[in-house]
Ligand binder design. Structure first.
Ligand SMILES: *[C@@H]1O[C@H](CO)[C@@H](O)[C@H](O)[C@H]1NC(C)=O
Ligand SMILES: *[C@@H]1O[C@H](CO)[C@@H](O)[C@H](O)[C@H]1NC(C)=O
Length: 442
């Protein structure tokens, strides 16, 4: 039997109207102080029956169902099948494939991992029966949250699939620094074309990036989409989204110049004195500076044009900018991330605007876009379709992790074991299970 709240009419049968009113007043006086705060912490369940899942399973001519990626339903699904991943993100795996190609005639040997010098931020880990173990790690004074984010993301991708025991056993080394020194088979957040030994992995921001006050990836995506598409609050009130043409017609950039003076300094110069420029330098070590100049990430999306610049290597911010319905203006990039293969610089499918590394053509291109707001809007729409609703979804991130593990395994001549004998001949597990490692102090 479920307990049911007596209906007002039941009470009314026992109490006269006057008595009911005073009861209400007394209740209010007695409980107001104690309960008022709680009222905003819950809402009554809506009696609405959830709408049916939309019909994204199209039918093939032979009557079978054809699966298609639908962002509204699948964007946060970390557990897409191998087949679904390939169908949804055909361009995502280019760099991983290149790495495999490069090792085909020269498979990765166990000794290569042993020979790697474990520099700051580096980790050695293994996946066994689809479970993650940490074998060794170097100093992570500066990369602690990144390392934990990355291992958590990888673990999430493994745990999300029911057939993870079919994921091959691998042992690997990853770096949670901005880039790897390019020696040996290291998994890294970013790579240049010449970094032929590096294996590209998703960056830490797909979990969370607290240092620049960007929280969990799904949460920042929600806040960004709320700016562009509007939002229905839990109480049912609707905040409309911002139309592209209402955005500020300026090129926005906020950040530190020190991480890449050559590129970022040239950007500052190129926008100097331009009414379409909104560029400010943030000194992350100065509390006041951060307070005055920091713009919450989702507020970036209120500007029509967003400048993207490389830092020490790739810029982790790029992902967030490409989530906005705005035009991302980027200099020619040398540091790759997995989703970069989906960037298109020209034609009807253009989803960003590319300028020279010295920004010499920035002025011309910006003025063209300001004079042709329809063209700018089409680019921004393509950005949303390609990145926010496809290649930069959490679903894509997890697909990439599993693909990387499988492809790396195919390029290894060895498979790790989980147990070995210590010097007394006792059986020892070679790594710490992720679940324990993440809870211990580092
Ligand atoms: C039905 O058609 C689809 C797409 O044309 C194809 O992938 C699938 O294998 C077909 N199924 C059968 C049972 O023939
Ligand atoms: C961009 O997308 C919005 C929302 O879907 C649409 O209303 C608008 O017409 C599109 N603009 C262009 C230029 O394609």
């Amino acid at each position: 039997m479920r307990w049911q709240q007596p209906q007002p009419s039941t009470w009314a049968r026992f109490l006269g109207t006057g008595a009911l009113v005073s009861l209400a007043i007394i209740t209010f006086l007695v409980f107001e102080g104690r309960f008022s705060n709680d009222v905003t912490k819950y809402a009554l369940k809506s009696s609405m029956i959830p709408p049916p899942k939309d019909g994204s399973f199209g039918r093939c001519a032979n009557g079978t169902e054809k699966w298609e990626f639908v962002a509204g339903r699948d964007a946060n699904n970390h557990g897409l099948s191998e087949e679904q991943c390939l169908a949804a993100f055909p361009k995502l795996f280019v760099e991983a494939d290149k790495s495999v190609e490069g090792r085909k005639a020269n498979l990765v040997k166990y000794e290569e991992l042993d020979e790697l010098v474990m520099e700051d931020g580096m980790f050695r880990a293994l996946i066994y029966n689809g479970e993650l173990y940490v074998v060794d790690y170097a100093d992570m004074t500066y990369t602690q949250t990144r390392a934990k984010s990355t291992l958590s993301s990888l673990n999430r991708a493994l745990q999300a699939v029911p057939d993870r025991h079919n994921i091959p056993n691998v042992e690997f080394v990853l770096s949670s620094d901005d880039f790897s020194n390019g020696k040996g088979p290291v998994w890294s957040y970013s790579k240049r074309d010449e970094d032929s030994t590096v294996w590209l992995m998703p960056d830490f921001g797909y979990w969370s990036w607290p240092e620049v006050k960007v929280g969990p990836y799904k949460e920042i995506r929600r806040r960004i989409a709320a700016v562009d598409d509007g939002e229905v609050a839990p109480d049912g009130s609707v905040t409309p989204g911002m139309s592209f043409q209402d955005k500020r017609k300026q090129l926005l950039w906020r950040g530190s110049v020190n991480t890449n003076h050559e590129i970022r300094g040239k950007l500052l110069k190129a926008v100097q004195g331009q009414s379409w420029g909104s560029v400010r330098v943030i000194d992350w070590d100065e509390e006041n500076d951060v307070r005055f100049n920091l713009l919450p990430m989702e507020e970036h999306c209120r500007y029509m044009f967003l400048a993207h610049t490389e830092g020490r290597s790739f810029s982790g911010r790029g992902k967030y900018l490409l989530n906005c319905r705005s035009v991302v203006v980027s200099h020619k990039l040398v540091w790759r991330e997995a989703h970069h293969a989906a960037l298109i610089a020209s034609g009807p499918d253009a989803n960003f605007v590319e300028v020279e590394r010295d920004f010499s053509d920035l002025h011309t291109k910006l003025e063209f876009l300001i004079d042709n707001p329809e063209a700018a809007e089409r680019i921004a729409n393509n950005t949303v379709r390609t990145f926010r609703d496809r290649y930069l979804t959490p679903a894509a991130e997890s697909c990439y992790w599993r693909y990387l593990v499988r492809r790396y395994a195919s390029a290894c001549e060895f498979e790790p074991v989980l147990y070995h004998a210590d010097k007394d001949g006792k059986r020892q597990m070679r790594g710490t299970p992720f679940e324990s490692w993440i809870l211990s102090g580092h």
